[in-house]
Design a binder for this molecule. Structure first.
Ligand code: ATP
Length: 368
């Protein structure tokens, strides 16, 4: 089915009255790679299964241009699916698995053979065609599953955690492989994952979900540099998140009070003065100096140092008990007095900080 846009309009799904997905609005252009990202139970698979037609919608509509597809059964939507557990037929050879969908369509034998051979070549499995799935590695089996989906030349490919059963090295290889296939075949891909690195490295755009609701939709760069909520920031690896109060607001520049400490940061949206907020800064955005003077600088004592390849991951405690995670090339040891510079542009201020998880008490406090 040729199309230029797949559009989800207020798509929602309830299970016995409990919403698993609420009001998802999303427009995907042909050729785009969109990742649905979020923690376990946030509604990613539900969203994908709604698009696939495997579960009916409780609300909303799905369109391909001006054609409604949510009313069609799965087989008439023309979408390919790749699952986490491969879902291959164990008693059929690799070739038979891949050609299965083409045979079901009763295509001429020569065309079935030719398209299957091409799909197997695409995933570099032409020499494994006679084997059974059980004789292949996990990565090879997942490639068979991908070949089986793309052989049907689907208008959209839906992938649900396709790499989560593979070991770390293979996962990295398959990321590149899937991205290569997506590009070379001009596929439109919706990809479900809970792994933000995977999503950031593969997708053109990401949809971050939490408790069935969209937190943010954006490119990897947008989500990384301008997370809309502290949940997105948290998910994107921003480890220094603290509740605070906005005590001075001047446009998007906000002065916050964090347990008596005054800092200046940048808000993604307008915030009223006096509002409870969350502040966050990435470990790599904090500068470690020995000069405690100057704006945005906090005195702290190094508590933990971990060597991580070219850099050190350092934990430092401030006088008022804030625990900062920092990345630095400076050689520090526990007990060192340092100054942490928190650049205003990098210190992000988000609405609503009171639901931040409580920090775990430092080891020293637990044992004393
Ligand atoms: P995971 O990464 O763990 O697969 P997910 O983000 O894909 O999680 P979903 O599988 O979409 O999450 O589930 C969203 C919510 O809907 C969860 O609370 C889940 O328990 C619930 N849910 C999903 N499927 C059903 C079902 N068939 N019946 C009842 N509840 C369901």
């Amino acid at each position: 089915m040729s199309f230029s846009q797949l559009r989800l309009e207020g798509v929602g799904r309830r299970f016995t009255g409990t919403p698993a997905l609420e009001e998802l609005d999303l427009t995907i252009s042909r050729g785009e790679f969109v990742a649905l990202l979020g923690p376990s139970g946030c509604g990613k698979s539900t969203a994908l299964n709604c698009v696939a037609g495997l579960i009916p919608l409780s609300s909303g509509r799905i369109w391909m241009d001006d054609r409604r597809v949510d009313v069609l059964p799965p087989e008439r939507r023309g979408f390919g699916m790749v699952f986490q557990n491969y879902a291959l037929f164990p008693h059929l050879t690799v070739r038979r698995n891949v050609e299965f969908g083409l045979r079901m369509r009763r295509l001429p034998k020569a065309e079935v053979t030719e398209r299957t051979t091409r799909a197997l070549e695409l995933v570099h499995l032409e020499d494994q065609a006679g084997k059974l799935p059980g004789q292949l590695s996990g990565g090879q089996q997942q490639r068979v599953a991908i070949a089986r989906a793309v052989v049907l030349e689907p208008s959209v490919v839906l992938m649900d955690e396709p790499l989560s059963n593979l070991d770390a090295k293979l996962r990295l290889e398959m990321r590149t492989e899937i991205r290569r296939l997506h590009q070379s075949l001009g596929l439109t891909t919706i990809y479900v994952t809970h792994d933000q690195e995977e999503a950031l490295s593969m997708a053109d755009r990401l949809v971050v979900l939490r408790q069935g609701r969209v937190q943010q939709i954006g490119t990897p760069e947008q989500l990384h540099s301008q997370p809309a909520t502290w949940h997105v920031a948290d998910f994107m690896g921003c480890r220094n998140l603290f509740p605070a109060t906005a005590v001075g607001v001047s446009g998007r520049t906000v002065t916050v009070d964090v347990d008596g400490l005054r800092l200046r940061g940048s808000a993604a949206a307008d915030l009223p003065q006096g509002e409870r907020v969350a502040i966050g800064i990435r470990p790599e955005d904090i500068e470690v100096t020995t000069d405690p003077a100057g704006d945005g600088t906090v005195a702290a004592t190094v508590s933990v140092v971990e060597y991580q390849g070219r850099e050190f991951a350092v934990e430092a405690l401030t006088g008022n008990g804030l625990r900062f995670h920092v990345r630095t090339s400076a050689r520090l040891v526990p007990g060192d007095a340092v100054a942490l510079r928190l650049p205003e542009q990098r210190l992000l201020v988000f609405p609503g900080g009171d639901d931040l998880p409580q920090p775990i008490a430092p080891l020293a406090e637990v044992t004393s």
